[in-house]
Design a protein around this ligand. Structure first.
Ligand code: ADP
Ligand code: 5GP
Length: 190
């Protein structure tokens, strides 16, 4: 099977990865498909199994680890596992598409290590931590405790930004959308 290309979006939670990823997924010329990750966290809002995530029990997730089914996985938050199934990448490549990832910083750099030539790794930076917190609270999907957990991780994540191919500042949304569009068009020759 011919491997397609990979575009990775990583950033602290609340930076706007999902918003920017959706913008690229909507562009037919990029032939991008979202890599649906597996996770042990419960669904939030309208999230659907097989669309947003493959929601697994911890036992199911660990069985897949033992079977070597993951291209990469991480315990992103204590007791909450997230990972990319190799079968998911094969599904997308078999369809002749390129893969778009929304994964954490460590996972993003692991994908870059696995497929160095074929991966564009983009780090989305929030303007500052106050704005990040405001966006997370405004999104309204997390309890106060979960917001705190996500903010606590943000600073260490931002320290790894330099290891990515590009850093995009998501302050003014339309500017950030244009920037990721141009990066993707250049990388995918589209
Ligand atoms: P992530 O996927 O990184 O957790 P989201 O894309 O869910 O982040 O964005 C977090 C919240 O911030 C959402 O409510 C989203 O609508 C909002 N948001 C995203 N980008 C911007 C921006 N440039 N300015 C203001 N709000 C934004
Ligand atoms: P959320 O719970 O907000 O959907 O995601 C929490 C964090 O886990 C985000 O940083 C998200 O990018 C990351 N994540 C989602 N899927 C994966 C994955 O497959 N692998 C890794 N390493 N991180 C992931």
């Amino acid at each position: 099977m011919k491997q397609g290309k990979c575009i990775v979006f990583s950033a602290p939670s609340g930076s706007g990865k999902t918003t920017l990823a959706k913008h690229l997924l909507a562009q037919d010329i990029f032939k991008l498909m979202f890599s649906i990750s597996a996770t042990t966290r419960p669904p939030r809002g309208n999230e659907q199994h097989g669309k947003d995530y493959y929601f697994l029990t911890e036992e199911e997730f660990k069985t897949k680890i033992n079977k070597n089914a993951f291209a990469e996985y991480e315990e992103v938050y204590p007791g909450m596992f997230y990972g990319t199934l190799t079968s998911e990448l094969e599904r997308i490549w078999a369809a002749g598409k390129n893969v778009l990832f929304d994964i954490d910083v460590v996972g993003g750099l692991n994908i870059k290590k696995l497929y160095p030539e074929n991966t564009l790794a983009i780090f989305i930076n929030p303007p500052n931590l106050e704005t990040l917190e405001a966006r997370l609270r405004h999104r309204g999907t997390e309890s106060d405790e979960k917001v705190a957990m996500r903010l606590a991780k943000a600073e260490t994540e931002m320290e790894r930004a330099a290891a990515f191919d590009h850093i995009v500042l998501n302050d003014h949304l339309e500017t950030a959308k244009k920037e990721v569009y141009d990066l993707a068009a250049n990388f995918l020759n589209a």
